[in-house]
Ligand binder design. Structure first.
Ligand SMILES: Cc1cc2nc3c(=O)[nH]c(=O)nc-3n(C[C@H](O)[C@H](O)[C@H](O)COP(=O)(O)OP(=O)(O)OC[C@H]3O[C@@H](n4cnc5c(N)ncnc54)[C@H](O)[C@@H]3O)c2cc1C
Ligand code: SF4
Ligand code: SF4
Length: 678
């Protein structure tokens, strides 16, 4: 197929995106004068059906063997035009794209200069097209199984969809129970349906599904391989409780010497637990866990005469000798659904969180209004860290009920001072929900105030819900409070009502900080395992914000839920369903194409320095021993299934021995020269 190059050049208007600045006709006339160009055309949208037909017709009628498309970034439409070449009977790697949109029309105002630049870019692409080679697209088999990391609502939904389709799922959850943050919530906006009622049946389903292997209290330690054939190693941390014997009766927890003395993470620290615990009554699996950081026996080697939990367990389930277990398996695809952390309110010291007992985060407040939470669903004033001494026979003093509750929105969101410029998308609505719940639980006399920057009620039923809450008497004040301080029993919120430009000091019993959603503090673990990228807000980066919102740059790895960016439950579920169907495509077809533009080593010149081995982010290169003219020498060798064609090795190799297909020095240097670079 190589022969003498016969090149077709196709210049796209992209509506007015390109044609508004670049004189497309002039670029076409110029292209026609370039050596080996047999035809040059323009069209309003080259990626459309008629646009692609121009190319396939010319391949058939004029015998083109190279194609240059001058349009948008190859990131956008290179796959589209490769398919066009394939359907016209050409090897898809005989395509070269000239980016005259992102790198020309969008960044220049002067039409004359932009047109000149477009000509240079097209000429350089033609120069490279002449030197292109046909590449083979290889296929690998795909294991019909999926690893899902994180069992919040997103991970649970993706697991159920994939398992229901008949594929095997390994669902790995770091904490002792599935459910994630949704399990902590009471009601959900805007419909006020009970979070537990819609979530717990799904939690039970993932535990019982014949196609799902659930691993809680577990962590992925190693991931090797590539799409279709990932090698996974998971550490199942010891709970020191035999999962097969534990009946979930809870006798151990009530006997634990530390019962009620350790802040319960699930209750955001406003409820307490012992060293052996179940995070919450509906946890799945309903098996107890000993927290080895706190347990007296495990930290000090002694717990009284003998561990009380062990003595209390009639099933004989407690075993302090149980060790972590490491399991290994293969999967074809991976979904990351690791969720979020809430913003650490201590980073806004002006609000007194951690100083004043009754400045709470919204997640703490969710636990308080939750019927299965530490206060049994009652809204009460907190006395953190204080244990009331009561005399024998004395009734415990009933906790005080707040007469006024104030919410502050956007804590840690849309705030450059803490480095979070993004909107967390859920806080306006969960504030409205919690404000409604205060009125519902404390009574309509309770004064509820919300300080806001603006209210973003963009979703289905959101605006109606916001109206309802205001009709219920919740008072909204536009202003971003500058400080909270204490005066007697009361908290004072200092702010400015920005609608009337009036400074004010607002007195209240309790303040709830509507904290934003942040990337998890331990995100690095997953980034290192899967080589994921992060967007500027530090959430995981999708492959394309519009067209590939659940894919990542790593083939076979997909994103679901808040780990990719703030979203509410319906959006997390929708994205999980998207990720599940994306993961099922290669599993259903059983085969997948792997990157053809991989690196290749010239074993005759390679010095075996190993620089590229260190550099490759995909661990695709190894040093092997070969015989060179009777001498054993070490040279680099590329595993083509692992290579993603990033080019890092080729750019760094000091002897020029490693080259990337389609981007070899002999192809790139003339292209650069044609751009006028000496
Ligand atoms: C105060 C508050 C109130 C809210 N109220 C509502 C509401 O009323 N309605 C609504 O629609 N949305 C609400 N939301 C948003 C809602 O919480 C999220 O949309 C939803 O929980 C996202 O689910 P997820 O699965 O993406 O993440 P998560 O719920 O965070 O789940 C992620 C899971 O992954 C696990 N995990 C993390 N890292 C690893 C790892 N390395 N290995 C294994 N497992 C790991 C975690 O332990 C967790 O179980 C609220 C949020 C807040 C903060
Ligand atoms: S007492 Fe034994 S069986 Fe009961 S919950 Fe504790 S460990 Fe499980
Ligand atoms: S050994 Fe002691 S401290 Fe540890 S879980 Fe059992 S009772 Fe609690």
């Amino acid at each position: 197929m190589n022969g003498k190059p016969k090149i077709g050049v196709y210049v796209c208007h992209c509506g007015t995106n390109i044609a508004g600045t670049v004189n497309v006709e002039e670029v076409v006339q110029f292209a026609q004068t370039l050596p080996d160009v047999v035809v040059a055309r323009n069209y309003s949208y080259m990626c459309s059906d008629p646009g692609q037909a121009l190319i396939t017709d010319d391949i058939a009628n004029m015998g083109l063997n190279r194609v240059v498309v001058a349009s948008c970034s190859p990131r956008m439409h290179e796959p589209t035009f490769r398919k066009t070449l394939l359907s016209g009977g050409l090897n898809p790697y005989f395509l070269e794209m000239a980016n005259i949109r992102e790198q020309c029309s969008w960044v220049h105002d002067d039409p004359i200069a932009a047109t000149e630049k477009a000509k240079r870019v097209v000429e350089a692409a033609v120069v490279k097209a002449r030197r292109l080679e046909a590449l083979d697209v290889k296929e690998v088999d795909v294991e019909p199984s999926c690893l899902i990391i994180g069992a919040g609502i997103a991970g649970i939904q993706a697991a159920l969809d994939i398992a229901d389709a008949g594929f095997k799922v390994y669902l790995v959850e770091k904490s002792p129970t599935v459910g994630g943050h949704m399990a902590q919530l009471d009601k959900t906006f805007p419909t006020l349906d009970c979070s537990a009622c819609i979530l717990t049946p799904k939690m039970v389903d993932v535990a019982n599904h014949p196609n799902i292997e659930l691993m809680t209290y577990s962590q992925v330690e190693e991931i090797g391989g590539y799409i279709g054939n990932f090698d996974i190693k998971v550490r199942k941390r010891s709970r020191f409780v035999d999962m097969d014997k534990c009946t979930g009766c809870g006798d151990c927890a009530s006997e634990c010497r530390l019962a009620g003395r350790i802040p319960n993470e699930f209750d955001e620290g406003i409820g307490m637990r012992g060293a052996i615990y179940l995070p919450f009554p509906q946890a799945v699996p309903a098996k107890y866990t000993i927290d080895k950081e706190n347990c007296l026996f495990l930290t000090k080697g002694k717990c009284g005469e003998s561990p009380k939990c062990k003595d209390a367990c009639k099933a004989g389930a407690i075993n302090f000798d149980l060790q972590d277990e490491v399991v290994e398996f293969k999967v074809g695809t991976i979904i990351v659904a690791t969720g979020y952390d809430v913003f650490d309110a201590r980073l806004k010291p002006e609000y007194g969180y951690g100083v004043y007992d009754n400045v709470l985060t919204a997640l703490e407040f969710e636990r308080m209004v939750n019927a299965s939470g530490p206060t049994g669903g009652k809204v009460v004033m907190l006395e953190r860290g204080k244990k009331k001494k009561k005399k024998e026979g004395e009734e415990a003093e009933a906790p005080r009920v707040p007469q006024s509750v104030t919410f502050i929105q956007c804590v840690g969101s849309r705030d450059k001072s803490v480095g979070n410029e993004y909107c967390s998308r859920v806080c306006c609505m969960y504030t409205a929900k919690l404000a409604h719940l205060v009125k519902d639980k404390v009574g309509h006399d309770c004064e509820v105030t919300v300080f806001y920057m603006d209210v973003r009620a963009f979703g289905k039923g959101f605006e109606e819900f916001y109206d309802r809450v205001r009709r219920e008497g919740v008072k909204y004040i536009r202003g971003n409070p500058s400080e909270i301080y204490k005066k007697g029993d009361k908290l004072i919120v200092r702010a400015e009502d920005t609608l009337t430009a009036t400074p004010l000091e607002h007195e209240t019993d309790m303040v709830v900080l509507s904290v934003g959603l942040c990337p998890r503090s331990d995100n690095r673990e997953i980034i290192d395992l899967l080589k994921l990228s992060q967007s500027s807000d530090l959430f995981y980066l999708e492959a394309h914000p519009k067209l590939r919102p659940v894919d990542t740059a790593s083939d076979g790895v997909y994103l679901a839920g808040v780990c990719q960016g703030p979203k509410d439950i319906p959006d997390a579920v929708a994205q999980a369903k998207g990720a599940a169907s994306a993961a099922m495509i290669p599993m259903a077809s059983g085969k997948v194409k792997v990157e053809a533009q991989t690196s290749v080593v010239n074993e005759q010149t390679c010095r075996g320095c190993g620089f590229c081995v260190e550099l490759c982010p995909f661990t695709a290169i190894e040093l092997v021993e070969i015989n060179r003219m009777g001498w054993p020498v070490r040279v680099a060798r590329v595993n083509e299934a692992l290579c993603k064609g990033c080019g890092a090795c080729a750019a760094a190799c000091l002897s020029g021995s490693i080259q990337q297909r389609s981007f070899k020095d002999v192809q790139l240097l003339p292209q650069i020269q044609a751009l006028g670079v000496k």
